[in-house]
Design a protein around this ligand. Structure first.
Ligand SMILES: Cc1ncc(COP(=O)(O)O)c(C=O)c1O
Ligand SMILES: [Zn+2]
Length: 425
């Protein structure tokens, strides 16, 4: 099962797995940690193969993430894909939001709530499960803070593959129902996400789970690559330009590192020119779960795990696997990180909705609130083009704002009542 198998066809530009910590190299297989130093592995590419990809090829591809198949580790053959065909989500001009927070340069919202299960996780799951099926796995699984659960259950249903999804027991009903409806096993654990993740790390080692791909455990290197497509899309949708600043929500920190990696790859293979002065990467967490931002603020890259609290449950990873790499990307690029408390998150959700017509989940509220804080603190340049990422859908966390908004009037069904309520001026 874990031997090097046919996941990688000759059309794949991936050449192996490489340890992010010590650089040790491994073949493409279901392995996520280095045998030398236990560091995390990521996919390494044949640069010459990546450099074959042209803008024209991409433009002629499907209207989803697979237009970038030449830059991904698996899925070059359409028949091999396990997918809901996510991607090419709207990049929305947001002048109203820009004005509200004091940004003078163009501001864009990359709205990934428009994906099939309404979060960016469809990108990572499509890539992970395509690789997993190529590696011979016959059951799909994950440890999830909610959105990943939705996506793994839905992908498995579409592919006709059994699934088993593990979540913390206290997730929002909007995340539980939207997973359970697809069938498959859904295991609610009495514990935090970090407890769930630890258990999945143990299960994956058992004989009974030998045939099971946990998208964010044993096939994590492939999973992580799916996030690059967010970076590719932003650049393509801007007319093959990289924005000067991006603001990205963080749970494990992986998404942030992969958007940065995507921009670097595009420059390296000559598909875009780096903006003058490069691009700056900014990270957003909640005050209830801010171990990555706290480490950056403290001038270290040593993450001290926390016990998460607060309403941004999808971001509640207390021991973030890619935290140190997120800090590295933010420091190297000249960006920054900050965090928002629950009231600020609610305000962020409402501000985005009122100014752009996009209803975000709590993670989007975190990101918009942090965007505002970064501008106010002078960390984000108000005269530089900025993209802010909304990674999830407001209907899944409706309770976050349900107590704050409602009908502006309640009247009887008559003209008189309408007049009395002042609706006729
Ligand atoms: C809506 C949403 N945004 C952002 C993230 C952060 O992803 P990462 O773990 O790659 O930092 C998550 C993770 O679950 C999420 O659900
Ligand atoms: Zn290593």
């Amino acid at each position: 099962m874990t031997s090097t198998v046919s996941v990688i066809t000759s059309a794949s530009p991936a050449r192996g797995l490489v340890c992010r910590a010590c650089g040790a190299e491994y073949p493409l297989a279901a392995q996520h940690a280095c045998y030398e130093c236990f560091g995390p592995l990521e996919v390494a590419y044949d640069q010459a193969a990546l450099a074959q990809v042209t803008r024209e090829q991409i433009a002629a591809g499907p209207k989803n993430i697979w237009r970038y198949a030449g830059l991904l580790p698996a899925g070059q053959d359409p028949e091999s894909r396990v997918t809901l065909n996510p991607g090419l989500t709207p990049l929305i001009s947001a002048p109203g939001l820009a004005a509200a927070i004091g940004l003078r340069a163009p501001l864009w919202v990359k709205d990934d709530s428009a994906n099939p299960t309404h979060s960016f996780k469809d990108r990572v799951v499509s890539v992970a499960l395509t690789a997993a099926r190529g590696l011979g796995f016959t059951r799909f699984a994950c440890a999830s803070t909610g959105n990943l659960a939705n996506s793994v259950a839905a992908h498995s249903a579409r592919a006709g593959v059994p699934s088993i999804v593990f979540i913390p027991g206290d997730l929002e009903p909007g995340k539980i129902v939207t997973t359970a409806v697809y069938g498959g096993d859904l295991v609610a654990i009495d514990g935090s996400y970090d407890d769930v993740n630890r258990l999945c790390g143990e299960l994956v080692e058992t004989d009974e789970f030998e045939d099971t791909a946990f998208v964010n455990v044993n096939v994590r290197p492939f999973y992580a690559e799916g996030s690059k497509t967010l970076g590719y899309e932003v650049a393509e949708q801007l007319g093959w330009r990289i924005p000067a600043q991006v603001v990205i929500p963080m749970a494990s920190g992986e998404l942030l590192t992969k958007v940065d990696k995507a921009f670097a790859e595009l420059v390296e293979i000559g598909l875009v020119e780096a903006p003058a002065g490069g691009w700056r990467v900014f990270g957003a967490q909640s005050a209830g779960c801010n171990p990555i931002a706290t480490a950056l603020h403290g001038g270290t890259d040593r993450i001290v795990p926390v016990k998460p609290t607060g309403i941004a449950k999808s971001l509640n990873i207390g021991d973030p696997a890619a935290g140190a790499y997120a800090i590295e990307a933010v420091r190297r690029s000249g960006g920054w990180m900050d965090y928002a408390d629950d009231d600020e998150i609610r305000e962020g959700i409402r501000l985005l909705a009122k100014t752009t017509g996009v209803f975000a989940e709590t993670a989007g509220g975190v990101t918009v609130a942090v965007l505002g804080k970064l501008v106010a603190a002078g960390k984000l340049d108000p005269d530089a083009e900025t993209v802010v990422f909304n990674t999830g859908e407001g209907l899944k966390t409706i309770d976050a704002v349900a107590g704050q908004v409602g009908p502006s009037h309640r009247i009887g069904p008559s003209l008189r009542a309408a007049r009395e309520a002042g609706l006729l001026g």
